[in-house]
Design a protein around this ligand. Structure first.
Ligand code: NAD
Length: 496
């Protein structure tokens, strides 16, 4: 049975009228399970008009009202985490425990936004000049849109909407068309939490919907998370239309293992971070840089762990790694393994072989050694369960390799030497750094974002930078003088 997946506008499901839909799959079976509506330009206009009207009222709501809605949403998300996890797994394919992890991290973002009364406190300077007070306030932008990737269909929309809504904006979510149902479930939870209709909208679509949002005069800001070519496009087109844009792109995350590291600990971390969610995480480790003489032992320890990983349907509680999102994605990953082998790398563990489910979009965990920086298996973001090992003779060589890479989302160092780790933290040109932590996703009260080709714009996602992104500052200078003291003074105002 194929389910029709509709938009959510004005607090209710709205069937698309464009006549265009996209197939949604169960990646574990390869079967089509849904048909998601793809918005036309006039449907973009309708969604933005509804959001614009809602934003006007929502910005007048008190901070305590907004906070109360966020607390209610947080409780509902907590209570329905399992149900939402099943929705994520059904369309994305990740194992249920991984989907639960995604929702747990999303809850942290909502909990942060519950503190909006504290977070939006401005500054106040009494007597900045005689009888003059100066204070700062932050006000919402109006209608803001979020364009999200397939790999975190619940968490990434929440990275954006919790803060955007807390700040008094109306938020339009344009989810990935590959796994669109989680965002509709979030819309229902927002409604149950008491959020007024129109403040949270789900507009499904492809490039047509995205371009409509990028060009719409009533959309003030765009948050984007996805691949680098599209992030660059979103940033350029959105800013050309006068919008505030934060666009997070792709990644190639290195894990540098120094010779003094504990081999088993490093191997456990590399396997967890490379193959969790089948490598479809923007913070997945895709390159291990083995420094000095640790390489052979490390490769052996990683390789020994891979046959034990249980690959299967995400719904099976025994599975540790699920399928990839689509057949195209699977074929793309397979082509990179082949290209690596052709280029002279050693495929130590080959995910094309072994005991995989016969249907669905599965690739087994793959380990490629002897990778050099010119091979496509190194240069490109593969976004699958493929871990490359690059050998470096020295610490400096490893740092040079990481800093030369155009991507700069996350990086990790494994060592027992605090001095080396401190030096690495100082020298490495990457936005998020882990010290003996393979996936250093910042907690919700910091902000998330890479550097270079992993981020376009200057504002990271969620946390304090998220609050800034979704508000604009205003500074008020005020005095209540005695009219009897008033004079004309053409000099430039000075503080006295
Ligand atoms: P994607 O770039 O293909 O799609 C992301 C969004 O952009 C989707 O909503 C999609 O509908 C839309 N889109 C796709 N093509 C478009 C086009 N030509 N014009 C306008 N809009 C378009 O990314 P994806 O495959 O869904 O997600 C995986 C990518 O996201 C990986 O590169 C991953 O590294 C990245 N990612 C980055 C982060 C981060 O925080 N930096 C987090 C998660 C995922």
């Amino acid at each position: 049975m194929v389910t029709r997946i509709t938009h959510w506008i004005d607090g209710a499901p709205v069937a698309g009228t464009s006549g265009r839909t996209a197939d949604v799959y169960d990646p574990a079976t390869g079967e089509v399970t849904g048909a998601v509506d793809l918005a036309s330009p006039s449907e973009v206009d309708a969604a933005v008009a509804s959001a614009k009207a809602a934003a006007k009222t929502w910005r007048t709501s008190s901070l305590s009202t907004r906070s109360a809605v966020l607390f209610a949403f947080r409780q509902l998300l907590h209570d329905h985490a399992e149900e939402l996890g099943r929705i994520v797994t059904a369309e994305h394919g990740k194992v249920l425990s991984d989907a639960a992890g995604e929702i747990a991290r999303a809850l942290e973002n909502v909990e942060f936004a519950c503190g909006v009364p504290q977070l939006l406190k401005g500054g106040f300077s009494e007597q900045a000049a005689t009888g003059v007070d100066v204070y700062s306030i932050r006000q919402p932008l109006g209608v803001v849109a979020g364009i999200t990737p397939f790999n975190f269909p619940a968490m990434v929309p929440i990275w954006m909407c919790a803060n955007a809504i807390a700040c008094g904006n109306a938020f339009i979510c344009k989810p990935s068309e590959k796994d669109p149902s989680a965002s509709l479930f979030l819309a229902e939870l927002w409604k149950k939490a008491g959020l007024p209709d129109g403040v949270f909208t789900v507009l499904h679509g492809d490039k047509v919907a995205v371009d409509g949002l990028l060009e719409h005069p009533d959309v003030a800001a765009i948050s984007f998370v996805g691949s680098t070519p599209i992030a660059r496009y979103i940033y350029e087109r959105g800013t050309a239309h006068g919008k505030r844009v934060q666009a997070l792109g792709g990644a190639k995350n290195h894990m540098v293992v120094l010779p003094d590291a504990d081999v088993d600990l490093a191997a456990d971390a590399a396997v967890s971070a490379a193959y969790g969610s089948a490598g479809e995480r923007c913070m997945a480790v895709s390159v291990t840089v083995a420094v000095g003489d640790i390489g052979d032992a490390l490769v052996e320890a990683i390789a020994a762990r891979l046959p034990k990983l249980r690959v299967g349907a995400g719904t099976d509680p025994d599975s540790e790694m699920g399928p990839l999102i689509t057949a195209e994605s699977r074929d793309r990953v397979l082509s990179y393994i082949e290209a690596g082998a052709q280029a002279g790398a050693t495929v130590v563990v080959d995910g094309r072989e072994g005991d995989l489910p016969s249907s669905g979009f599965f690739v087994g965990p793959t380990l490629v050694d002897g990778v050099t920086p010119s091979m496509s298996v190194y240069t490109d973001e593969i976004f699958g369960p493929v871990l490359s090992v690059v050998r470096a003779e020295t610490y400096d060589e490893a740092v040079e390799l990481v800093n030369s890479n155009p991507f700069a989302n996350g990086v990790a160092i494994f060592t027992r030497d605090g001095g080396a780790a401190r030096r690495f933290q100082f020298e490495i040109e990457v936005g998020m750094v882990g010290i003996n932590v393979p996936i250093p996703v910042p907690v919700a009260y910091y902000s998330f974002g890479g550097w270079k080709a992993s981020l376009f714009g200057d504002t990271h996602m969620y946390g304090p930078e998220g609050m800034n992104f979704y508000t604009r500052g205003k500074v008020v200078t005020s005095r209540w003088p005695d009219p009897a003291t008033s004079t004309v003074d053409l000099g430039f105002p000075r503080t006295r």
